[in-house]
Write a protein that binds this ligand. Sequence first.
Ligand code: OS5
Length: 230
Amino acid sequence: MKIAIMGAMREEIDPILESVGTYQTLEHAGNVFYTCTYKNHELVIAYSKIGKVFSAITASVMLERFGAEVLLFSGVAGGISKELKIGDLIMASALCQHDVDIVAFGHPYGFIPEGTLMIESDANLRSLASEVAIDMGVDLYEGIIATGDQFVASGERKSWIQQTFNADALEMEGASVACVCQNFGIPFFVLRAISDTADGGASDDFDAFLKTSAAESAKFILEMVKRIGD
Ligand code: OS5
């Protein structure tokens, strides 16, 4: 199967590239795409750069130009739920855009006409992930991930996102990638390991835990890849 694996930052895909062996590189549309064969699958791997616009470009290219049949996102997130500690893994049940605001026209926060407030990730990939978590002996949380073009480092903003969207974690790319996959009819899965708790100390924690948390997420995603199609 042709599988796309993407992250937003180089640090989020480096552990994947280090594990897959040899790969080819191809530059297109402002990104470098890494292709290889791994466990009988053809992989295309890339980091998009930060935010909704760059991640939508990368996801679109992976589906249109590289013909990916499934897309897995691996990276880090700010934790909202008190249950989530730094290093914990969360898979998105559904994703939304916390920075969409056309409430002046009577729409709820996050809603765009002809779109959906929440985009659900693929149920089969989520069940596979639950099995992988049991076999790896790791806790895997499932919940709503809220995406926006903001690095959230404020308790006030974090609470608003929690209350408005019932979100458990937040980041800057998941919902845009989900939107691309929904529109192309491609199954997708978003996994994030917590790097910070999106409040006053977020930037320091992010710097301290980006690499270790990204590695946790990457390791899990590669275990999933090994079992896709079994
Ligand atoms: O991709 C962005 C979203 N990621 C998830 C995340 C998050 N999102 C929102 N709020 C939080 N509290 C979050 N915690 C984790 C992580 C990433 C956040 S933006 C980090 C930007 C850090 C940075 N800025 N400049 N550089 C790094 C240096 C640099 C230089 C050259 C090329 C690339 C980076």
